[in-house]
Design a protein around this ligand. Structure first.
Ligand code: GRF
Length: 198
């Protein structure tokens, strides 16, 4: 049984779907949910699902990224995760941290990578006049939003879309994509998952 840790920064809607997916025949279980924000709404959701949680407030380590990561690593490593899933985690991790989880750290990014790494992905897709948008799950490497793609979900960009309406449409697909990618990854299957809006 693979042990999965999930890191969040906010509401954790992707984390909730991941935790809910790891039941029955699924080859993985969630062992801990952590956050860089003690007020992250997702922490209460994880606790309500019976998952141990922790928070390390990055603001307490102002500017000292290495010290923050050392504090984050302690409860994380204590849970002995096999796989680390970033789900709405909004801190950039140093290469030293990434290397500890190289090849077993996943992230979901709200664009069809390699398009639009970084922030404000939906606004950028709309401004570019793209017909399609979506989300990608990828292995995390030290280059931001650039690791091997494990899955993508596509949605149409509709006339009149705002960043919010597009984000809402993409989020529905994220909630389908991430659990499916993790299920395969936990079985050692790296075949990319390709979804399009139902
Ligand atoms: C989602 O758009 C996800 O793509 C990005 O963070 C946003 C919020 O995710 N990584 P969640 O609801 O906190 O899972």
């Amino acid at each position: 049984m693979k042990r999965v840790a999930i890191l969040i920064s906010g509401g954790g809607s992707n984390m909730v779907r991941l935790v809910e997916s790891m039941t029955g025949e699924h080859p993985a279980r969630t062992v801990i949910v952590g956050s860089n924000d003690p007020d992250a709404g997702g922490l209460a959701k994880a606790a309500a699902m019976g998952v141990p949680t922790f928070a390390v407030d990055h603001r307490a380590y102002k500017g000292d990224r290495a010290a923050f990561e050392a504090a984050l690593l302690e409860p994380l490593l204590a849970a002995e995760p096999d796989i680390l899933c970033l789900a709405g985690f909004m801190r950039i991790l140093t290469p030293a941290f990434v290397q500890r989880f190289e090849g077993r750290m996943l992230n979901i990014h709200p664009s069809l990578l390699p398009k639009y790494p970084g922030l404000h992905t939906h606004r950028r897709a709309i401004e570019a006049g793209d017909a399609e948008a979506g989300a990608s799950v990828h292995l995390v490497t030290s280059e931001l939003d650039a690791g091997p793609i494990l899955g993508q979900a596509r949605v149409p960009v509709l006339a009149g879309d705002t960043a919010d309406t597009l984000a809402a449409r993409v989020l529905v697909q994220e909630h389908r994509l991430y659990p499916e990618v993790l299920r395969r990854f936990a079985r050692g299957d790296m075949t990319p998952v390709r979804l399009s809006a139902a």
